[in-house]
Design a protein around this ligand. Structure first.
Ligand code: SAM
Ligand code: SF4
Length: 511
């Protein structure tokens, strides 16, 4: 019965067959402990209960912060203790430590990217999402390869992006072959800057539905960056209520195990996330931690990134505005600060769903490492809208709050003394997965980050910045270059040589 009610399935395959084709039970069970689960709800609830009974224990909180500063992943109990801190002085100490850890691991820089929404075709019916199959108000569309190319031209040529997160609904028409072709099309698209330099997207990350291990190998072979899948909620009962049975997404464990499959496939930069606002945020923070710890235990690699999407209004649903679990700005800030302390090596992403004020605070007090900018999440929106900030409710998944252009974001970060990095060296030099984990934990990656951030920022300023932006950002960049000279004196001559080549017009030099 359910089979015929899901729209969008090709006529020769019922919805039930599609679910059976996608969800492969043996690719779930092999990653779960016998008779149990790495998301152990009883253990999470017990850790929360214990911590709630003894909030603001100064000595205990300080000892936990010291462990984070040593770049060690925290336990559930330690993280729960931090989640219940309300004392303003202790919270300030946690925020100070979060920023110090971010600087030690990732240096003084923010990586920027843009979302590329390729399609809003979807067979699932997630209660909170504008793309859900039963939302008749949504104008459905999938980009052709020519349209993908046009989007990439605007993103790389006009806006100056080097990294994308390509986003997909779940549908047979946007299968793994489509995803692979879009990645290849983006990498093949090149244009010229005002200085005559060759411009193109250098890293394509993907946010898509969970895939079988064979399909993940295909994405690895075409050069996927990070494979990102948000669990939405780790609370099983809530998950089942919001994701109807009979849909692929209704399979909780097809989703919880997808990063295990990704690591098995060798696509080893994996990104986790929770859609905050669906269930109790403290539970969700501990669950992401449990997920991260299990990946570390099984593969020696934790999440490359953790994202913090917070639910926004969307077409055809009132769940985002009526949920009893909506998260306040202050709690949202705490979620990010505690995550930085709990999983100190991970990259942290806060998107344009949030206001500029919330995002700026996340940078300064939670140690966030990645932000998008100039984002347009309408399908085909970059090419079609002259103004990148324009939004159309029924052509996109939800509504954005921060509509700053990339240049505005870069200028605002520059005013805070932070450089913007377009570095994509990591995966191109094989510094991914377990290899990069070690480098992050020992602070070595931060040195590469600093050098590559300086080189790629120089490129961007020369290719795209207005005189006003250069006036703000050039001094920040020069200060970073001086820091390399004093912190890495043996390395500096090679860096300076590359820097001078970039000033003279060469591009894409990295360490
Ligand atoms: N369709 C794939 C899937 O569900 O896994 C790809 C992801 S979807 C296009 C990207 C993410 O947007 C979802 O995983 C969800 O966390 C988030 N999202 C969905 N509805 C949202 C809303 N109303 N506000 C904010 N984020 C939302
Ligand atoms: Fe489809 Fe993803 Fe939206 Fe769910 S969250 S309806 S799977 S696009």
């Amino acid at each position: 019965m359910q089979d015929d009610t899901i729209s969008g399935i090709r006529s020769f395959e019922s919805a039930g067959d599609y679910v059976r084709r996608m969800v492969q039970p043996e690719q779930i069970t092999k990653y779960l402990p016998p008779g149990g689960h790495f998301i152990d709800e009883a253990a999470i609830n017990s850790a929360l209960k214990t911590a709630a009974a003894h909030p603001n224990d100064v000595a205990q909180v300080r000892a936990i912060i010291a462990k984070s500063r040593a770049i060690e992943t925290l336990t559930l109990a330690e993280t729960a203790t931090l989640l219940y801190v309300t004392d303003p002085e202790l919270r300030a100490e946690m925020e100070e430590a979060a920023l110090a850890i971010k600087r030690a691991v990732y240096d003084n820089r923010i990586v920027t990217f843009a979302p590329l929404y390729t399609s809003n075709l979807c067979v699932n019916r997630c209660a909170y999402c504008g793309f859900k199959a039963d939302n008749t108000q949504q104008v459905r569309r999938k980009l052709s390869m020519a349209e993908i190319r046009n989007e990439a031209l605007v993103l790389a040529g006009r806006l100056g992006h080097k990294r994308l997160i390509a986003v997909y609904g779940e549908h047979p028409d946007t299968s793994t072959e489509y995803i692979a072709e879009t990645i290849q099309t983006v990498y093949a698209t090149q244009t010229k800057s005002r200085t005559g330099a060759t411009l193109g997207i250098r890293r394509v990350n993907v946010n898509a539905a969970p895939l079988p291990v064979e399909d993940l190998r295909v994405l690895k072979s075409v050069g996927i960056g990070t494979f990102q899948v948000f669990q939405e909620t780790y609370h099983r009962e809530t998950y089942q209520r919001l994701h109807p049975a009979g849909t692929v997404k209704g399979h909780y464990d097809w989703r919880t195990t997808c990063m295990h499959r990704s690591l098995e496939a060798g696509a080893d930069d994996v990104g986790l996330g929770v859609l905050f606002g669906l269930y109790d945020w403290r539970f969700e923070v501990l669950a992401v931690l449990a997920h991260s710890r299990d990946l570390e235990a099984q593969f020696g690699i934790g999440p490359h990134t953790i994202s913090f999407p917070r639910m926004e209004p969307a077409s055809g649903t009132d769940v985002p505005t009526s949920s009893p679990y909506r998260v306040s700005d202050d709690d949202f800030q705490k979620i990010m600060t505690v995550t930085r302390l709990a999983v100190p090596y991970t990259g942290m992403i806060v998107t344009c769903r949030e206001t500029a004020a919330v995002r700026d605070r996340a940078v300064l007090k939670a140690g966030v490492t990645q932000m998008d900018a100039s984002s347009n999440i309408a399908i085909g929106g970059y090419k079609e809208f002259a103004m990148e900030s324009q939004q159309e409710m029924h052509r996109q998944q939800f509504v954005l709050a921060d509509t700053r252009s990339l240049e505005e974001l870069i200028r605002d970060l520059g005013k805070m003394g932070i450089i913007t990095s377009f570095c994509t060296a990591g995966y191109r030099c094989g510094r991914t997965g377990g290899c990069i984990m070690d480098a992050l934990k020992t602070g070595k990656e931060g040195k590469f980050c600093k050098v590559n951030a300086v080189l790629t920022f120089r490129e961007w300023l020369d290719d795209f910045a207005s005189p006003e932006t250069r006036a703000i950002c050039d001094p920040v960049l020069e200060r970073e270059l001086k820091a390399i000279a004093s912190e890495l004196p043996l390395f500096y001559p090679a860096v300076k040589e590359s820097y001078d080549k970039i000033v003279a017009g060469e591009r894409d030099l990295f360490f």
